[in-house]
Ligand binder design. Structure first.
Ligand code: CMX
Length: 138
């Protein structure tokens, strides 16, 4: 398995617009996309810092993963996403090494990427995402 780079860091926020204002007006990075991912019960905002993206996550449902996270732990870093080259093989490989998968099959995440999560209880407390951009996608 080869992790090519950190694709994005996901940050849970209570108010997407207030967080966007901070990233744009204080850190000086441009929000290039806002997208709702219904299946994940979030609205996301994206920024690029070099090759890595920052993904702000606002919950659209208190019972969704980000809503529950904020309720328990407050705002902050929610997950780290690695770009991988062959996501199905990467999932098989980590599972064969005893890591608990949240997603055995990939699903569609923001920006049309194929994504899957590893359980934070198996990954030293960091919710870990694998992402693969399939050929032909921008
Ligand atoms: N990072 C680290 N630990 C986390 C966590 C996170 N983001 N979210 C939950 N946990 C921990 C909790 O603190 C809890 O630990 P304790 O048992 O020690 O208290 C444990 O995991 C179970 O948490 P829970 O609140 O009971 O929540 P669930 O088990 O129902 O769900 C999880 C946890 C990780 C399986 C679920 O959030 C999930 O499936 N996440 C993947 C999908 C996701 O996060 N989507 C949002 C992002 C979408 C995107 O990027 O597009």
């Amino acid at each position: 398995m080869e992790l090519t780079h950190i694709e994005h860091i996901g940050i849970a926020v209570k108010d997407l617009q207030k967080a966007i204002d901070y990233y744009e007006n204080v850190l000086g990075v441009h929000c290039y996309a806002i997208e709702e991912v219904k299946e994940q019960k979030v609205r996301t905002a994206f920024f690029k810092v070099g090759q890595t993206k920052i993904e702000l996550l606002e919950s659209t449902d208190a019972e969704g993963p980000v809503g529950k996270f904020i309720e328990k732990k407050g705002e902050g870093i929610h997950h780290m996403a690695f770009a991988v080259q062959h996501i199905d093989k990467a999932l098989e490989e980590v599972e064969s090494k005893g890591i608990r998968l949240i997603d055995k099959e990939t699903r569609k995440g923001a920006e049309g990427l194929d994504i899957a999560f590893l359980h934070p209880k198996s990954t030293f407390g960091v919710l870990t995402e694998f992402c693969e951009k399939k050929a032909g996608k921008e």
